[in-house]
Write a protein that binds this ligand. Sequence first.
Ligand code: 5GP
Length: 193
Amino acid sequence: MKEGVVKNANVLKVDNFLNHQLDIELLEEVGKEFYRIFVNEAITKILTIEASGIAVACFTAKSFSVPAVFAKKSIRQSNIQEGNQTPINLDGDMYIAKVESFTHKRTYDIMVAKKFISPSDRVLLIDDFLANGSALEGLCSIVVQSGAYLAGAGIVIEKGFQPGGQIVRDKNVRVESLAIIESMSPEGGIVFK
Ligand code: 5GP
């Protein structure tokens, strides 16, 4: 309420504590809270997406005493200008999923090396925001490809007026958001659910 800046009807800036400068005490509490919520799931791995999910994932992983893995983003081949292509997955050793970036309006491939998620893992997905759900759907796809068990997703801020929460919950994924925004506007501020 105090430090979030509503940029427009769809974008909340939280670079004071979550996306650029990091409020470490808050992140520690976030990690503990996700541990409290998912403690019975025998989590073996935390999976997030670079860059802004990493800090939250680290503190959550510390609470569970398990590793954190972040999916790497690369611009999709079709978006890359000719002559500037980076070959990916040459050895077929990556799980890959497509993600539409909410903040940059681009399509990415996200990638995780197969050696870091195995069928015996029990994975908790973590991200800072849930908006249209593309990032979370991409992470779900990677877990499905790996054959690991998907225990659920922990989100710091869900924008409840955008469709991602419903889309992912409709796929029977347990999504737990610490704050859900019902509506927001530069004039009216933020209304929590
Ligand atoms: P989605 O894939 O659910 O549409 O968007 C989720 C991703 O977009 C998050 O990983 C987050 O980085 C970014 N994002 C979505 N909405 C916002 C927002 O309002 N503010 C900020 N700072 N990032 C957002």
